[in-house]
Design a protein around this ligand. Sequence first.
Ligand code: SAM
Length: 356
Amino acid sequence: MKQLLLYCRAGFEKECAAEIQDKAGQQGVAGFCKVKPNSAFVVFEAFDAKVLNWFYRRFKLSDLIFTRQWVLLSGDLLELPAGDRVNPVVMLALEAGIKEAGSIRLEYPDTNQGKELSNLARKLTVPLRQSLRSSGVLKLKEDLTAPVIHVFMLSGTEAYVGMSYPANNSPLENGIRRLKFPADAPSRSTLKLEEAFLEFIPKDEWETRLASGMNAVDLGACPGGWTYQLVKRSMMVVSIDNGAMADSLMDTGQVRHLMVDGFKYKPDRKNVYWLVCDMIEKPQRVGKLICDWLINGWCQESIFNLKLPMKKRYETVQEVLTEMQDTLKAAGIKAQFQAKHLYHDREEVTVHLCKG
Ligand SMILES: C[S@@+](CC[C@H](N)C(=O)[O-])C[C@H]1O[C@@H](n2cnc3c(N)ncnc32)[C@H](O)[C@@H]1O
């Protein structure tokens, strides 16, 4: 088991590869990536299986920005003859010594071609699960705390097979958080902030960290998709943008709309808990602005997007995050960082910062 399979957004394979190579390298795991443009996945092959296993158990998936899911592969790309797609998977799992896994997921790349495999994946799930159970690879009853077997189909006749561990994987099918667009939201961007809350804030802390009555500021708010998420949670919001806000939000009485520059606005009181920011601006400039807010004590937590240039996207994110960490450290501010290329993000990543 010398290879990791990493799922990402199509078009971001280079970033996903640069990141795993960089992060694994820092932990002493040497290897190389196999990258096919627009495939929506990357294979990282390490020179040493033991070291890779150690890294996979120790390094946190949440510390990878461009990877949605990761799987420790049990072997090379497996051929699945159309007449019998089940037995080759069972044989490979047995050869790899997989025993008593808790569940199985049949997945595919997040590409148009990949999505065409969804029906086949669904049809194969039941017979494959039954065979894996009778051969002892899978437990007889589903166990969501035990390792997960992934069959990642590249076509009707080829798949990667491997494993992930529930304490350090994405619990989501294909690593994708599908959300329903709320019919009364003013823009699809709303899903980015909803996904960010689900990704970064543990559900059992929502009552205190996403509480009703909190004050929030939304920089670059129009037409109001992010403000909508805050209003929905009964917060009071100052929305900053020169554009127009949706009337439905203004009618709630929870929103104050100020047509001013988001880089110049300062809150009059230190009672803001959340600062969110979706302004289309240079990532370095946004990073500096968010640091200013934290250093001045104008907010406690922040979720913001870093819009990425077409080239050097991974390098840019690293540079901005490192600069922010250095700035906050120099100012004596302790803050937890999390960053992810969310499913609803496109040419951007979402960052979460929490003081303390
Ligand atoms: C991607 S849109 C925001 C969408 C919004 N989050 C939503 O969910 O509807 C970016 C917004 O940032 C605003 N913007 C860009 N630069 C700004 C600045 N310096 N100050 C305030 N707003 C700015 C633009 O007017 C634009 O409405």
